[in-house]
Design a protein around this ligand. Structure first.
Ligand code: KIV
Ligand code: ZN
Length: 525
């Protein structure tokens, strides 16, 4: 890992900087709970991501806490926090990354004429002074400091070079030139890095970084072009989630480098067999579906439907496959476990899928797998993933679905008879509704009264076939708090719906409890 020393463009090692938890989480609807962020960070850390941008500590107490906890837990990755140039922001960020074995402060400020005048109301000299002061302050916290010129691709080149020289002199070890608005093209972006590196006298003292948004669908191409221009860090997100059209997708970058080593002679540290799992986890915790034809991780990315293609692939996979499904961690929908599988086989399977679970979570997931095996003929990795992800999220839930019976069909009103266990006590009710799902949600509301607003109800089939498990996502918001998403998986869509709603309610309660604890700490209680 080279982030503490300046890399030269001659080195073929490219640093993968993941910003799923910051730029990705920033996009509307993608917010994650504290526990979900820890889960994603753990996977990124295990996957070989060099730098995890874990959040924006000044933005909220919740962000601060999650960056600090991720910093505490990270085993391999550098943990980075984002910060504006205000010195108070830098100090808050410094506090948050302090527990990390290796922590980075990433400070940014707009440098384009439009942003400086319309957004910051600052002169170029003031922006330059603020940048120098921020980097100098950040270096008091860590020797790993990144500076970003927001809207860098629409910044005047002479001014950009002046800023870059000054921040490197002040101690920046990484210089990021983002294409904040997704405006650049590959040739232009490559030339930008070549020019800046050639013109700035101390450019060899820092690593240059690309950060591309996908407004014109060129984020990945632009990022790779920036690397050709001498950048050695790529900022990207899992599934390409991020502001507006998103950021460059990590899985696409990594697989392009791996598959086209002939024209992209670079190395990353990513364990590519974990890409599918990372994509599913991020999609699941954000409830952002992955487009079916999305490169690398889309459901159809390795499917060969047409007869001609199937014939070719059966004869020789290389006819239509430029990379293998296994290389991105896709199992061939193999029957993995069944009714007669024991705990040991289940544990092994979980391990090979990249899960590290405590004994209780394994036991719970094992019980669910056995129940599923009684109802569903084939159990695939995807089924296990859906069960385990739900069990991991709901391990500390106060409210659980004990039983559910529903009357549905053309003869309304549809009715739900529901039993919940709340803090160990069983409560029961019956409710009607405009359809079975509405009836279930009304019943939950009767037993666990709340003011939350339902923002999203989404169902998808985990695998193929009519006996497939349904995975339901329910997004709720309460007051000004960030939305939470609950998930439930079951071959019965209505049971999955009840579980998903209850899971979201539990998350809201956990969020409220954490907020109350924070206030108590602030008040010195
Ligand atoms: O897009 C952007 O400019 C950013 C910066 C904060 C790096 O996300
Ligand atoms: Zn961005």
């Amino acid at each position: 890992m080279t982030s503490h020393s300046a890399a030269t463009s001659g080195s073929d090692r490219v640093i993968i900087f993941d910003t799923t938890l910051r730029d990705g989480e920033q996009c509307p609807g993608a917010s994650m709970t504290f526990e979900e962020k820890l889960q994603v960070a753990e996977l990124l850390d295990a996957m070989g991501v060099d730098v995890i941008e874990a959040g924006f500590p000044i933005a909220s107490d919740g962000d601060f806490e999650s960056v600090r906890e991720i910093a505490r837990r990270s085993k391999n990755s550098v943990i980075c926090g984002l910060s504006r140039t205000a010195l108070g922001d830098i100090d808050r960020c410094g506090e948050a990354i302090k527990p990390a074995a290796r922590g980075r402060i990433h400070t940014f400020i707009s440098t384009s004429p439009l942003h400086m005048s319309a957004k910051l109301n600052m002169t170029p000299d003031e922006v330059l002074e603020a940048s120098i002061a921020a980097v100098t302050r950040a270096r008091q916290w860590t020797d790993d400091v990144e500076w970003s010129s927001e809207d860098g691709t629409r910044t005047e080149i002479d001014y950009l070079c002046r800023c870059v020289e000054a921040v490197i002199k002040a101690g920046a070890t990484t210089v990021n030139i983002p294409d904040t608005v997704g405006y650049t093209t590959p040739e232009e972006y490559r030339a930008l890095f070549e020019t800046v590196r050639a013109r700035v006298p101390n450019s060899d003292k820092a690593i240059f970084s690309v950060h591309c948004h996908n407004d014109l669908g060129m984020a990945v191409a632009n990022s790779l072009a920036g690397v050709k221009g001498g950048a050695r860090q790529i900022e990207c997100t899992i599934n390409g989630i991020g502001e507006r059209a998103g950021n460059a997708a990590l899985e696409e970058i990594v697989m392009a480098i791996r598959t086209r080593a002939d024209v992209l002679p670079y190395q990353t540290n990513i364990e590519t067999t974990m890409l599918t799992r990372a994509s599913r986890l991020v999609s699941s915790v954000t409830s952002f579906p992955v487009q079916f034809n999305k490169a690398i991780v889309g459901r159809n990315a390795f499917a060969h439907e047409s007869g001609i293609h199937q014939h070719g692939v059966l004869k020789n996979p290389a006819t239509y496959e430029i990379m293998t499904p296994e290389s991105v961690g896709l199992s061939k929908n193999a029957l993995v476990l069944g009714k007669h599988s024991g705990r040991h086989a289940f544990r092994d399977r979980l391990k090979s899928m990249g899960y590290t679970l405590g004994d209780n979570a394994i036991e719970d997931a094992f019980r669910r797998m056995k129940e599923l095996a009684d109802r569903k003929k084939h159990i695939y990795d995807e089924d296990i993933e859906a069960i385990v992800d739900e069990s991991m999220q709901n391990a500390h839930d106060r409210i659980r679905v004990a039983s559910l019976a529903v009357i549905a069909g053309t003869q309304g009103p549809q009715k739900a008879t529901l039993e919940l266990e709340i803090d160990g006590q069983t409560v029961k009710t019956e409710a009607t509704g405009n359809g079975p799902v509405d009836a279930i949600f009304n019943a939950i509301k009767e037993l666990a009264p709340h003011e939350a607003i339902l923002e999203l109800y989404q169902v998808h089939a985990v695998t193929e076939g009519t006996d497939a498990q349904a995975e339901v996502s329910v997004r709720l918001t309460a007051g000004d708090n960030a939305p939470v998403t609950g998930r439930g998986a079951d071959p019965d869509t209505l049971v999955a719906s009840a579980r998903a709603y209850v899971s979201a309610l539990n998350k809201l309660q956990a969020q409220a409890a954490r907020g109350a604890r924070r206030h108590a700490q602030h008040d010195g209680v």
